[in-house]
Design a protein around this ligand. Structure first.
Ligand code: UT7
Length: 344
């Protein structure tokens, strides 16, 4: 940041905001130990490392063990975030968990995580905004903090996508991986924290990326299984185009609300779906490649966990320091999208 840059004003200051601020006070993440490389995929479907690398940037992804569920992955990330915050699970008021791969349709995976980590005082619920879920969760959490309803909130993005991937479909099975990231939200007077969060949706494009089976419209039957309706389906080309436009619009809106020039953002953390999407959004935003955090090469697309894992890695690697301005920007099924500007 240049020495002459004026101080950042919190957007709420214009509305008489008096000191209460929602900050991310700690983050944590977890990925399963098993690595599935592009070379492994070459043995499973008609693909090549060259095709996957050049079209997506992905080299490998993590796959959870058979008996390791979304709630387990989420609980690991949550425990790390709590540890980094110096908190015990019993101090949590609320758990918000974003996922498209819950352990089961109900009860919520958030309640299963509550049991696993021993967060006895907390209320807990799931949200579903696909790859945008973590940012939607941050905004929901922020509203509870700012309204003084809760003081200490755990937001988790967690996925075991390997269970809904059609491992015979080369157009999708090379793209996704498992993992989780978590953040602790707290009121921190005298800090700016979450400056703004933008969210958007377009249900008219719901069919671009979906899993048709398993809900009330198409419950599991022998036919639904035979028709492979319990797997993720995607129109890759159309999703690609929508992703670039929506992420760009969301990022620009978030920056505009904060009156911040992109040059002042220390680190852009985009949804990790495809290196080409990340590059296209970065180029249109006018950021240098070294301003953009990327780990899609190591984990693929982990949906709701994606930016949460990336944020934790950016913090742990020193790419993001306290006081830095960061921009998260996401896109996913729904369609859904969002962006957040944070003074770390
Ligand atoms: O998290 C939610 C957001 N998700 C996304 O943003 C994903 C968006 N979409 C994408 O990232 C890209 O569209 C893909 C990576 C999924 C596909 O890249 P593409 O450049 O759009 O390729 P394509 O679908 O146009 O396929 C090009 C060719 C086709 O062959 P023909 O018809 O040209 O002969 C495909 O059959 O590549 C073929 N192909 C593959 N070849 C080798 C598709 N998948 C593979 C594969 N290996 N794994």
């Amino acid at each position: 940041m240049s020495a002459a840059a004026p101080p950042v004003q919190h957007p709420r200051a214009k509305d008489g905001f008096r000191g209460r601020t929602c900050s991310i006070t700690a983050v944590g993440s977890y990925v399963p130990t098993r690595v599935l490389t592009n070379a492994d995929l070459e043995k499973m479907v008609d693909t090549t490392d060259e095709w996957i690398t050049s079209r997506t940037g992905i080299k490998e992804r993590r796959i959870a063990a058979r008996d390791e569920y979304t709630s387990d992955i989420a609980a690991q990330a949550a425990t790390r975030a709590l540890h980094h915050a110096g908190l015990t699970a019993n101090q949590l008021d609320l758990i918000i968990l974003a996922t498209i791969t819950p352990d089961m349709l109900f009860p919520s995976t958030a309640c299963l995580v509550q049991r696993k980590i021993g967060a006895h005082r907390a209320a807990a619920f799931d949200i579903e905004a696909a790859c945008s879920g973590f940012i939607f969760g941050l905004e929901i959490g922020q509203q509870f903090i700012m309204s003084r309803t809760y003081n200490t909130i755990l937001v988790i993005g967690a996925e075991k996508l390997s269970t809904i991937i059609d491992w015979s479909d080369r157009s999708t099975c090379v793209l996704f991986g498992d993992g989780a990231g978590a953040a602790i939200l707290q009121n921190r007077p005298n800090s700016h924290g979450l400056l703004t969060v933008c969210m958007g949706s377009d249900g008219n494009k719901a069919d671009l990326l979906s899993m048709p089976g398993g809900g009330s419209r198409c419950p599991a039957t022998e036919k639904s299984v035979a028709d492979r309706l319990h797997y993720l389906r995607m129109d890759g080309k159309e999703t690609f185009k929508s992703a670039i436009g929506a992420m760009l619009t969301a990022a620009q809106e978030a920056l505009r609300r904060c009156d911040i020039d992109i040059g002042r953002i220390k680190c852009v953390i985009p949804h990790q779906a495809n290196q080409r999407i990340i590059d296209a959004v970065g180029e249109r935003l006018g950021v240098r490649p070294d301003q953009v955090f990327v780990n899609v090469d190591r984990y693929g697309n982990t949906s709701a966990a994606s930016v949460a894992i990336a944020l934790d890695e950016a913090v742990r690697s020193g790419r993001v320091q306290r006081g830095d301005l960061i921009l998260l920007v996401v896109f996913g099924a729904g369609l859904t999208w969002g962006a957040a500007v944070i003074e770390w």
